[in-house]
Ligand binder design. Structure first.
Ligand SMILES: Nc1ncnc2c1ncn2[C@@H]1O[C@H](COP(=O)(O)OP(=O)(O)OP(=O)(O)O)[C@@H](O)[C@H]1O
Length: 500
């Protein structure tokens, strides 16, 4: 069926913000249909309307030719429209079966029929090829497995449509493979898939067609077999952008000047004996597979978690063992955390206030913080990271996911730290802004500062780093200089193969 889901003239106006403007297109039954566009283009808003999270201001949604108007997500789920989103609540204290059946538990008289619940859950898990059990507690499972529970739940509710919003952002390579296999199976069963992602390679791997939004407007729908990456990006961004992570300026590492020296650092999370040096003007890449504990090492350096042993020496001086992030920032080290959604901003602050959070003294004149300086800074740094809307008074919490991440990035770029630790700096960031962020990283090091870049994106690890350290299961296992950076060598270290 060619018009299985049909969006007709959808407009969504939030206070002060038109998120969608007369969007019309349709999705075929049993296809994997990508929704593409820059941060803030309106992708999640459109899905939220489909899922009954809020109504459209104007326009209609049809499924199989019938107009639908879900008043909430539950109504959508009962109709067969399910979603697999990162932020969906899964209750860690409950078992897999209890979580799956939440809201639709099979009853036996007045009591829950536990046996039936576990049996049905196990059948679904087996059907999906999951290597965990219905009676496992969810709290102990990885993100990938939690996602499988959401998929199993969608199947339990007999979903006809399942939407995925950036499903691979926290998955290991093997979990991504499993997910794609499952998506192909779902498709073979006639289930229609909507898929949001900023990762071009996976869109070409898994999607049949892609609809593109730009500034809330529908641009086009393309068949993946007849299109190129350049075509997609051109339609998404509407201007030429560099699609590659690459150094445009010569490297400016000062090999004789060590800014940060980490010696035998270990932590309760399980990383052990981590020693390395960061040079002035260097972009030092940290690569590793999920579970390598790169984030944990950075948090310990930053004082966000306590280290259990080892020393961090900054500009020749050992940092105190009981350091806090506050102390560390004052000394000149910043951390752009991977978990930007949870850690990054104050909910009832606007962009200007959130961006100024780590650099307040810059805006003080006399004894007052000068609002106009904060606003000026917000606009300037906002432009660099491609913030949309680049409005200092806009509440950060109302931004799209990717734009909220840009605010956190902007916050750290506003500071005068000498060492910036960037954990997955382009995660969730659209392709247009990625190139800007790479440019900015080069400017930072050209100004004599240093960057540690934790990244799982091979292209940016290879393209941007002066040197790469590879971690595996809590240990540093390899070091490669820029001239030695090849995907195969890095991966071999990361998975623990022998270097030939
Ligand atoms: N609750 C809200 N209040 C005000 N504006 C909002 C609200 N939710 C979304 N918006 C705005 O609507 C626009 C579209 O946001 P949406 O989340 O749909 O973008 P997106 O394409 O999913 O972006 P991303 O790739 O960053 O996730 C953005 O400009 C955003 O600021």
């Amino acid at each position: 069926m060619d018009k299985y889901i049909e969006f007709q003239h959808i407009t969504k106006i939030f206070p002060g913000q038109k998120a969608l403007d007369d969007v019309s297109f349709s999705v075929k039954q049993g296809e994997v249909h990508a929704l593409l566009g820059e941060n803030g283009a309106g992708k999640s808003t459109l899905l939220n309307i489909l899922h009954g999270m809020f109504p459209a201001t104007q326009g209609k949604v049809f499924i199989e030719g019938e107009e639908v108007k879900f008043r909430n997500a539950l109504e959508a789920i009962h109709y067969g429209i399910a979603k697999v989103h990162q932020e969906i609540n899964i209750i860690p204290e409950l078992t897999v079966a209890q979580n799956m059946m939440l809201g639709g538990e099979p009853t036996k008289g007045p009591l829950l029929n536990r046996k039936k619940m576990e049996k049905e859950t196990q059948e679904l898990l087996d059907r999906l090829g999951c290597a965990f059990h219905a009676d496992d507690r969810v709290g102990t499972l990885s993100t990938g497995k939690k996602q499988m529970i959401q998929i199993a739940k969608a199947l339990y509710m007999n979903a006809k449509v399942i939407s995925f919003d950036e499903p691979t952002s926290s998955l290991s390579n093997s979990e991504v493979k499993t997910l794609f296999k499952i998506i192909r199976d779902l498709k073979a069963q006639g289930i229609t898939i909507l898929y949001i992602s900023h990762k071009m390679d996976e869109i070409f791997q898994i999607c049949d067609r892609a609809s593109i939004l730009r500034d809330g407007k529908y641009v086009t729908t393309l068949d993946m077999k007849e299109t190129t990456e350049e075509d997609l990006v051109q339609n998404m961004v509407g201007r030429d952008v560099s699609m590659f992570a690459q150094r445009l300026k010569p490297s400016c590492v000062d090999k004789n000047n060590t800014v940060l020296k980490v010696e035998h650092l270990s932590g309760p999370a399980g990383f052990d004996d981590i020693s390395f040096e960061l040079k002035k003007g260097e972009i030092l890449g940290f690569f590793g597979l999920v579970g390598a504990m790169r984030t944990e090492v950075m948090r310990a350096i930053f004082g966000a978690d306590k280290a259990s042993g080892g020393t961090v020496i900054y500009n020749g001086k050992a940092l105190p063992h009981n350091r806090t992030p506050n102390d560390v920032v004052k000394m000149g080290i910043g951390l752009v955390s991977e978990n930007r959604k949870e850690e990054g901003f104050v909910k009832n602050f606007n962009n200007a206030d959130n961006i100024a959070l780590a650099s307040l003294t810059k805006y003080v004149r006399g004894i007052f913080v000068k609002e106009s300086l904060k606003q000026k800074n917000s606009i300037k740094v906002g432009e660099t990271v491609g913030l949309t809307p680049n409005d200092p008074e806009f509440l950060t919490v109302s931004l799209s996911g990717g734009n909220a991440q840009k605010v956190i990035l902007a916050k750290w770029l506003s500071t005068d730290v000498d060492v910036l630790i960037m954990d997955e700096p382009t995660k969730g960031i659209d392709i247009g802004a990625k190139a800007e962020i790479y440019k900015l990283m080069e400017e930072i090091v050209a100004a004599g500062k240093s960057i540690i870049m934790v990244s799982s994106e091979m292209t940016e690890v290879i393209g941007m780093s002066d040197r790469v350290l590879v971690m595996r299961e809590g240990k540093l296992v390899g070091e490669l200089d820029r001239s030695e950076l090849e995907e195969e060598r890095i991966i071999t270290y990361a998975v623990g193969g022998s270097q030939g």
